[in-house]
Design a protein around this ligand. Structure first.
Ligand SMILES: Cc1cc2nc3c(=O)[nH]c(=O)nc-3n(C[C@H](O)[C@H](O)[C@H](O)COP(=O)(O)OP(=O)(O)OC[C@H]3O[C@@H](n4cnc5c(N)ncnc54)[C@H](O)[C@@H]3O)c2cc1C
Length: 494
């Protein structure tokens, strides 16, 4: 095998100068590559087969030591450090099909990377084949029909940006470098979800490459069971090469910012949220965070976004401002797409994070007490409530695979740091969050799969009555459970 041959796919993709693919086999003088199977065993990949896969792709196929390999395998959470045997930098559905077929035929461990934000690191694997979709990131807006078609590796910011040009928007996450694929397939909360529903509620179609390597278009008319499952059932059914969204007419300017309260007023802020959060108009999204701000100290902060008629913003926001005397109030007119990037830097790639989260149906006084106590004891935690309600809760639990339609909010407790910790320090930080979470967990009702990709038994319980239907879809499209690095729906056919 000649090195020139192995480079062919990279050259064809026009990335050869940026990513000079090395010929691993020639480099090391061996004719095969060790890899990990779906079940965790080991297997040997013959050089000729690897070469054939490289030749069949438009994007690059990378192995350890190749330029671009470390970049692809580094995901958002800096604590995750895994080394796939191969990384397929897919440039389109055809590349996805080649890579997934290669993996299925050899029963390889498969990871799919969209935006790489899986906190537990489900988008990268040790020893298997990683499909990196980052290069599949174009968005096309259909202004007349108010829809957008986004490639499977698009980030939330790509969609916000393109839609805003036409005075349109749809629900997306609150950090613009989060992957639209992972976020939407698992649900998708965001600053517009009370008005327009979750991201998955706005998913009207998809192109999915199933594990057989077949490309299927999915909508309510075509493969409707699969469409239902994609709205919250995660990445269990194949690799989504493109997502189609319903867009909505949305003033590109919103009235948004923070209203911060001193720590002594934190209880009043949380009680207001508990008692009145559900009564707020759909156009008002209110997230709340307890956090320690350098040079200021502990604060309770409302992040308010008014996406309705600007003339009605003041009256909608008035009750928030009356909770107590704010120590800061930054609410003002700002482009929605700009506001969507405000947390990008504080949540930048490489951060180390350990998080626990759960959905809160009943925001009780007891929860408020416990939250304040936990933060008092651990000022380095962030305790965050992402609001639900409004249009999210006007769906029945079985309208989509995403079942949680009665939550007040999504509670998250995390510890995040940028410095390289010692192992001892890491264990301490993680175990603190775990034990404190036990105190808060009793106030939750299930969890959001995108933030807790837990074990199968928990996933089963979490999907509740929707689980058997999800298993039926899984049995049909992925009976061998090749797609299992996710909140896994276990097929009953294996
Ligand atoms: C900083 C940060 C902010 C967040 N903000 C929000 C928020 O505002 N709202 C919210 O609801 N959630 C939020 N989340 C959670 C987020 O929804 C999940 O982490 C989600 O999985 C991220 O998707 P991704 O594509 O970036 O992740 P990845 O790590 O790339 O993938 C996550 C999972 O989805 C699968 N996947 C990704 N793309 C595809 C695809 N095209 N086809 C098939 N499978 C795919 C992967 O295989 C993996 O199992 C946030 C997470 C972080 C770290």
């Amino acid at each position: 095998m000649k090195r020139r041959d192995f480079c062919k796919s990279a050259l064809a993709a026009g990335v050869a100068t940026a990513i000079p693919v090395q010929q691993l086999l020639a480099k090391t003088g061996v004719s095969s590559l060790e890899a990990v199977t779906s079940g965790g065993g080991s297997t040997t990949l013959e050089g000729a087969a690897v070469q054939e896969l490289a030749d069949s792709m438009r994007g690059a196929l990378l192995t350890s030591g190749d330029a671009g390999y470390d970049h692809s395998r580094a995901i958002w959470n800096g604590m995750i450090d895994r080394h796939p045997a191969l990384i397929a930098r897919c440039e389109g559905a055809a590349d996805v099909s080649q890579a997934i077929t290669f993996a299925r035929e050899r029963d390889l461990l498969v990871a799919v990377r969209g935006g790489g934000h899986s906190i537990s690191g489900k988008s990268v694997c040790e020893g298997g084949l990683m499909l990196d979709l980052s290069d599949m990131n174009s968005v096309r807006v259909d202004q007349a029909n108010r829809t957008a078609r986004a490639d499977g590796g698009c980030l939330e910011g790509h969609i916000d940006h393109e839609a805003a040009m036409y005075g349109l928007a749809t629900t997306g996450g609150i950090v613009s470098h989060t992957g639209a694929g992972g976020l939407t397939l698992g649900g998708g909360f965001g600053r517009l979800c009370r008005k327009y529903g979750m991201a998955c509620d706005n998913l009207i179609g998809a192109d999915i490459v199933t594990v057989e390597g077949k490309l299927r278009h999915v909508s309510d008319a075509e493969n409707p069971e699969l469409m239902w499952a994609l709205r919250g059932g995660g990445s269990n059914f194949g690799v989504v090469a493109a997502l189609e969204y319903q867009l909505h007419e949305q003033d590109p300017m919103v009235i948004a910012g923070d209203i911060n309260f001193a720590w002594e007023d934190a209880r009043d802020a949380l009680m207001f949220y508990a008692e009145h959060g559900n009564e707020l108009p759909d156009e008002l999204n209110l997230n709340v965070i307890l956090v320690t701000v350098p040079d200021v100290g502990r604060v309770a902060s409302f992040e308010a976004v008014w996406s309705g008629d600007p003339n009605k913003a003041d009256s909608a926001l008035e009750p928030l401002r009356k909770v107590a005397k704010p120590i800061a109030d930054t609410v003002g007119a700002v482009p929605y797409a700009t506001f969507q990037k405000r947390l990008d830097n504080s949540n930048r790639h490489g951060v180390r994070m350990y998080m626990k989260s759960g959905l809160v149906n009943d925001f009780s006084e007891g929860l408020v007490r416990e939250v304040l106590e936990v933060h008092r004891e651990n000022p380095t935690y962030a305790i965050f409530f992402m609001q639900s309600g409004g249009a999210v809760n006007r769906h029945a639990p079985d309208d989509t695979a995403f079942p949680y339609r009665s939550a007040h909010s999504n509670m998250m407790v995390w510890h995040q740091w940028f410095d390289m910790e010692t192992d001892e320090e890491r264990v301490r930080r993680i175990s603190n969050v775990r034990s404190d979470w036990e105190r808060l967990r009793t106030h939750t009702d299930g969890y959001y799969v995108n933030l807790n990709e837990e074990d199968a038994a928990k996933t089963h319980a979490n999907y509740g009555k929707n689980y058997p239907r999800l298993v039926q879809v899984k049995n049909k499209y992925d009976p061998g459970n090749l797609m299992h690095l996710n909140a896994n729906i276990e097929p009953t056919t294996t």
